[in-house]
Write a protein that binds this ligand. Structure first.
Ligand code: ATP
Ligand code: MG
Length: 342
């Protein structure tokens, strides 16, 4: 075998071997030309340098792309975040700083989403508050002003006008008090003056004061356990019962409202049930939250939706519990459980 052929075979084997293991550069040159005078070597060196440069450019291009593509993806995502699109996933793998950066951006986006949702719901609630309060403020002011005008012009019986002005004035006062109470509950400054009281006294007092507001086809029935004492703030307890009972009265056009107490080993259970329309299903999950009320602007307004929020806070401050369900045969039942005094 000629030396040239031997050399060719050997170089081919080296080329195959290096392509299997690591990449390498194999230059096959003619045996005769390998030993030519020095000017021949210069050409070979020039070719080698060109090839090395070419490879360097290709490798640099490859690395710059592998770095710039994820950065482009990250930029696209940051633009999305800037326009409040937080549900993003960056599929960047690489076990390097770029992947760490992508993970940090995903984490930051999740945190931003939480803060954004919280701020949005707070802002929605404030808007809802402004709508409801504006509506509830306007409703009593309008009849008050109208009746004052009618009295001035002598177009209405004073007695009738004063009755309306008085009731609308009280409605305004209740609104102001409820807003203030809710703010105090939220800032933990709603104070209580606890003392031992007979629970039946409170229930009778609330019932007597609200009985005149019952619709004419509605009966109010009381079935109370005797001599039960609890530790409570009498005014706050009155406020809570008054809201539960006035709701029952407001939503019951005919039938019966029953207040029943039942003694448990450590507690007293008070049930207020009515035969009204029941609580709208959609409202039940957030019934004890602020502004849980029927839509403002519906043909009839039902209040600010602060009553049950305040009632729940009052019951909780007495270490009790309040719950509600709709009766099978119609209407709603509120159950309040309070610890009895030893
Ligand atoms: N007995 C009930 N029957 C039917 N719906 C009720 C009853 N009690 C409460 N609700 C529903 O729950 C809502 C919230 O009651 P809540 O007492 O908190 O507010 P409100 O009565 O609307 O206003 P206010 O702040 O003046 O009490 C009511 O608007 C009503 O839709
Ligand atoms: Mg109410």
């Amino acid at each position: 075998m000629k030396l040239r052929t031997k050399l060719m075979i050997m170089l081919s084997l080296v080329a195959i071997y290096s392509s299997i293991t690591v990449w390498g550069l194999v230059v096959v040159i003619d045996n005769n030309r390998a030993f030519v005078p020095p000017y021949g070597k210069s050409i070979i060196i020039a070719i080698l340098i060109t090839i090395i440069l070419l490879i360097t450019v290709l490798v640099a291009n490859y690395f710059s792309k592998s770095l710039s593509n994820p950065i482009k993806d990250i930029r696209t995502i940051t633009h999305k975040i800037a326009s409040n699109e937080f549900d993003i996933t960056l599929n960047i793998k690489g076990d390097d700083e770029v992947e760490d950066l992508a993970k940090d951006i995903e984490h930051m986006s999740r945190k931003l989403k939480k803060s954004y949702d919280r701020l949005k719901s707070e802002s929605d609630m404030k808007n809802q508050f402004i709508n409801i309060v504006a509506h509830e403020l306007r409703s009593p002011i309008q009849p008050i002003l109208s009746y004052i005008g009618l009295i001035k012009d002598g177009l209405v019986e004073k007695e009738e006008a004063f009755k309306i002005i008085d009731s609308e004035g009280h409605r305004l006062q209740k609104l102001a008090n409820d807003i203030l109470d809710s703010a105090r509950i939220e800032s933990d400054t709603f104070d209580y003056h606890m003392q031992k009281i007979k629970i039946n006294d409170k229930i009778h007092k609330v019932s007597d004061s609200l009985r005149p507001t019952l619709n004419k086809d509605v009966e109010l029935e009381l079935k109370l356990e005797d001599n039960v004492q609890i530790i409570a703030d009498p005014d706050r307890l009155y406020q809570m019962f008054a809201n539960i009972l006035s709701n029952a009265i407001k939503f019951t056009k005919k039938g019966k409202i029953k207040i029943k107490t039942h003694l448990l080993p450590q507690d007293i259970e008070i049930e207020v049930s009515d035969t009204g329309g029941g609580i709208p299903q959609g409202l039940i999950p957030r019934l004890f939250e602020k502004f849980a009320t029927r839509t403002v602007g519906a043909e009839q307004s039902h209040g600010t939706g602060l009553g049950l929020f305040i009632s729940k806070a009052i019951v909780a401050a007495h270490k009790g519990n309040i719950s509600v369900y709709n009766n099978d045969q119609g209407g709603a039942t509120f159950t309040i459980v309070l610890p009895i005094a030893n």
